[in-house]
Ligand binder design. Structure first.
Ligand code: ATR
Length: 280
């Protein structure tokens, strides 16, 4: 009986239980995935000691504990170490090992819909935002071998901090949002990683887009709404679009693989998730 879960606060609206319960069904593994809310006023130390005593096989970590969990781990996977945040913990014979599945999750999500994009390492990419998600995606794209990845953020110093991830010899310009707007027609892939445009502020857009390169792909990691204003604008300009639920799904798949060593297909489930989110 697999004992899985999620820690964070607040997690009432998390889609992770919905996703992982379906993974359990698809793989026909017996188990449960429980949410463990840890309000900020509770001592995290005590909560972690309590969790260590329970027979939990693995768990996800979300806001605001992705960095706070690190001192409680026995081992840290290289990817999580570089990104500086953990969203998945495996209990391996009593040892807690921390992983970050966001980078690979985003890459898998991209490959699933646009496999040829991954073949062209000279494609020019723009990441909008410099938070935790941007960090993981930037790292993932570097590891995947892309050579030209620009970063743009409202606070330019935060974007500069991401440059410590530049482990390979790649070209990165750090831009203001206004500069990114002017250069937008030069990118093959544009990735929106901030919360701008998320419900209830669905009428907001991080930057305006007027002309896009032919065959450009516009990607948004926001999935509520599923088609953000940013994606709609991309579509109007003839771009191919990449919805936010894909990253959520593929990073969860990688977490589940870490816990269970099982690989599986999600095609049916992806459709089900798309339909479910479409109505929101
Ligand atoms: P996450 O971990 O989910 O990526 P985060 O670490 O809180 O979230 O990062 C939020 C990102 O959204 C940042 O890039 C932030 O820009 P700043 O660094 O300037 O704060 C960006 N962001 C949030 N609200 C924004 C807004 N209204 N306009 C522009 N950028 C915004």
């Amino acid at each position: 009986m697999l004992n899985l879960g999620l820690i964070g606060y607040p997690i009432g609206h998390s889609l992770s239980p919905w996703i992982h319960e379906r993974f359990l069904k698809i793989t026909q593994l017996k188990g449960k995935y429980e949410t463990i809310e840890i309000p900020l006023e509770l001592p995290f130390d005590k909560e972690m000691n309590r969790l260590k005593k329970q027979n939990i096989h693995g768990f996800n970590v979300t806001i605001p504990y992705k960095e706070k969990i690190i001192p409680y781990l026995d081992e840290l996977d290289d990817e999580a170490k570089n990104i500086g945040a953990v969203n998945t913990v495996l209990n391996k014979n009593g040892k807690w090992i921390g992983y970050n599945t966001d980078a690979r999750g985003y890459l898998r999500a991209l490959r699933h819909y646009y496999p040829s994009l991954l073949e062209e390492k000279d494609n020019k990419i723009l990441i909008l935002g410099a938070g935790g998600a941007a960090r993981a995606i930037y790292y993932g794209l570097i590891v995947a071998g892309f050579k030209k990845i620009d970063l743009a953020n409202r606070t330019i110093e935060s974007a500069r901090k991401l440059l410590d991830l530049k482990i390979a010899n790649i070209e990165t310009n750090v831009l203001t949002l206004q500069e990114a707007e002017k250069l937008i027609h030069t990118y093959d892939l544009i990735i929106q990683t901030t919360s701008v445009g998320m419900n209830p502020n669905a009428d907001e857009m991080i930057i305006e887009m007027n002309t896009l390169k032919e065959d450009a792909i516009v990607s948004d990691i926001v999935y509520r709404p599923l088609v953000t204003k940013f994606l709609k604008r991309g579509e109007e300009l003839g771009a191919k679009i990449h919805h936010g639920h894909a990253m959520l799904l593929f990073q969860a798949q990688y977490s589940f693989e870490i816990w269970t060593n099982t690989s599986f297909h999600m095609d049916e489930m992806e459709k089900e998730m798309y339909e479910m989110l479409k109505g929101r």
